[in-house]
Design a protein around this ligand. Structure first.
Ligand code: BT5
Length: 323
């Protein structure tokens, strides 16, 4: 949402010290009274503002609350999240992102919700997304990639989430192929990549990210409690939603830009460092057979590479794995 308010936040953010009402009014092409009114609105949103005569305005602290303002304040990116939509309650942020894509919204548009009533996983599986307890977010991308390369974006996103979690805590995240982030063998995050493509060219991708942040153990549905957890349960620390989202977006932008220039190799390397059971032996079942193999790593087309006891390598695109 490229509103005056968001531009105001960006301007305040660029400035180390104070920025005068006059400067703000000129840069935003609004009156000084209008600037003042926007400041009051930011205060209502929980920002602590300081205004000093002849010097101007300065933000002292931003609130621990998720809103378009708090998500954009301090978001130091060049393309991601400049168009950002935050909702209290939605069916699924994926759906909204698809609508925005069809309206022509740009690469890097972000949709965030406090709660999803019909959060979805792959193959129409449900994704539990309780209010204020996690990150439920979709990123619209318009990559210059062919459809067969789309899985690279899922793998890239997984490395970003693993790195952000590792950096913000003492946890050791692992990426379970293709799209889960595990902590202590339990799933704390999932990624859903949906794509619209035509004539061998991706039109757009909606990359959905769900992360359980602050659920207590008893708040995780009993039917998945044996295999799901939250970052709070695992780290015993409270996770700030807006700050963590910003961290993910900034890290995502850097990683994506690097990937656009240098290709998939670096992503592959990082992914394999975090890869769950990479180097370990697992049991694999497909429609045709069941066998034991060692997980070797990932391939540029998103496949999981395996090696059986005879040294034969085989790429898996979908299979049941006994982890
Ligand atoms: C995923 O699917 O892991 C992808 C999840 C993507 C969710 C995001 S949230 C923002 C965006 N908007 C959406 O509507 N979706 C995306 P999959 O690998 O199919 O895993 C789904 C399975 O994970 C379910 O069948 C459950 O067993 C389990 N599950 C459901 N909710 C969970 C949760 N909150 N935490 C951990 N596991 C969960």
């Amino acid at each position: 949402m490229e509103t005056t308010r968001n531009r105001l936040i960006q301007l305040l953010n660029q400035e180390e010290g104070y920025i005068s009402g006059q400067q703000l009014s000129e840069q935003l092409s609004i009156s000084r009274t209008a600037v003042w009114k926007h400041m009051k609105e930011l205060e209502k949103d929980g920002y602590e503002m300081e205004s000093v005569q002849r010097k101007g305005y300065r933000i002292l602290s931003s609130p621990n609350k998720v809103s378009e303002n708090t998500l954009q304040w301090g978001l130091n990116t060049s393309w991601i999240g400049h168009h950002l939509y935050h909702y209290d309650e939605v069916s699924s942020t994926q759906e909204i992102a698809h609508q925005l894509a069809k309206q022509g919204k740009p690469h890097g548009t972000v949709v965030v919700a406090n709660e999803q009533l019909e959060g979805k996983g792959r193959m129409a599986r449900p994704w539990h997304s309780p209010k204020g307890k996690g990150i439920w977010m979709s990123i619209l991308l318009r990559p210059d990639l062919s459809p067969v390369q789309a899985p690279q974006l899922t793998l890239l996103a997984a490395t970003v989430l693993a790195e952000v979690i590792a950096r913000r805590s003492n946890l050791s995240p692992q990426i379970k192929w293709p799209n889960d982030i595990l902590i202590n063998h339990k799933k704390v995050s999932g990624i859903l990549t949906e794509m619209q493509a035509e004539h061998d060219q991706i039109q757009y991708v909606v990359l959905g990210i769900g992360i359980n942040l602050n659920q207590l153990d008893e708040e995780i549905p009993s039917e998945i409690r044996h295999k799901a957890s939250s970052l709070q349960v695992e780290s015993m620390q409270d996770w700030l939603i807006a700050e963590t989202i910003q961290d993910i977006l900034m890290n995502f932008e850097t990683t994506y830009d690097e990937f656009s220039v240098e290709g998939f190799n670096h992503v592959k390397e990082i992914w394999e460092q975090y890869g769950y059971k990479i180097g370990d032996k697992v049991t694999i079942t497909t429609m045709k057979r069941k066998w034991e193999a060692t997980l070797v790593g990932i391939e540029a087309d998103g496949a999981l590479n395996t090696r059986d006891m005879y040294g034969t390598e085989e790429k898996l695109y979908s299979a049941e794995i006994e982890w």
